[in-house]
Design a protein around this ligand. Sequence first.
Ligand SMILES: [Zn+2]
Length: 105
Amino acid sequence: MILRCEICFADIGTFQPETVRAPLDGSMFAPLAPGYPKPFDAKAGFLELLCPYCGKRAVGNDDADPETCHPGGMLTPDGPFKAGSAATARPNKLKKKGKRKNAYA
Ligand SMILES: [Zn+2]
């Protein structure tokens, strides 16, 4: 899926809608096409996801309130996209895997 800057509406990168999670970081985004640079440094945190064109934060902005941010919010050519949270990404099955044995049994 294409990532579009929420501020200047330039297409700046791509992401996998199935795997991207909030809070977003630079490692979740790939170049727009082969030969293009990555849109963000892989180590960039959510607040450092700055648009290579306009220099503003490209994701997670709130239309109405500049003081509010959405750690999973993005814009695509098809409209807004919200990344799942880490909690919803983890199936319940994984929690049981680490079940401890009762030492007194
Ligand atoms: Zn921009």
